[in-house]
Design a protein around this ligand. Structure first.
Ligand SMILES: [Mg+2]
Length: 184
């Protein structure tokens, strides 16, 4: 049987730009308009997740589609299975699928974190996902806005050259070599 090809894509910061929504949510929670990088550097985890919850719910209409990437996925959708892999909580499954449908993002499946997985760091959780997929595909393209997520997968699959790594920063897209990533 011929092995299939797979695209694995992150959602927040990758398929959708989130800074505007995050700024509004952070203003609401801490009275300060921080961007995503600013919120990520907050030490208080509870505060951080309160801001994340809020931008994904109340400010979801401020999420801005990464149209270049979405158009590219449309072109790939005949040849690749597309899985959206996001560390969002599973309670947002319907919201997330509605968002993807509204912006005509092609996908076969959306995989979110179950409540019991929420305590696991998102890069570790994502890396586990690859462990279960790796043998079933001939090629996997992985899109992420967090370098550390790419890096951990690259480090855990050092000898696997069928995974290709793409860093999304704003509208820019950069392919990174797995070897370099795992060393960096
Ligand atoms: Mg992201």
């Amino acid at each position: 049987m011929k092995l299939k090809k797979l695209i694995v894509s992150d959602l927040d910061g990758t398929l959708f730009f989130i800074d505007e929504a995050v700024r509004k949510a952070s203003m609401n929670v801490i009275g300060e308009s921080l961007d995503y990088a600013g919120v990520r550097s907050l030490e208080d985890k509870a505060l951080k997740s309160e801001i994340y919850d809020l931008y994904q719910s109340r400010y979801k209409s401020d999420l801005e589609p990464n149209q270049n990437l979405i158009n590219f996925f449309k072109k790939c959708s005949n040849d690749y299975e597309i899985i959206v892999l996001s560390a969002r909580e599973i309670t947002l499954q319907k919201d997330t699928e509605d968002l993807l449908k509204r912006h005509k993002v092609p996908y076969n499946k959306v995989v979110l974190r179950s409540r019991s997985d929420l305590s696991i760091d998102d890069e570790v959780w994502k890396s586990e996902f690859f462990k279960n997929k790796i043998n079933n595909y001939e090629e996997i393209l992985f899109y992420e806005d967090k370098r550390e997520n790419l890096k951990l997968v690259a480090s855990n699959f050092k000898n696997v050259d069928k995974i290709k790594y793409f860093l999304v920063s704003g509208s820019k897209l950069e392919e990174l070599s797995g070897k370099e990533l795992s060393k960096s």
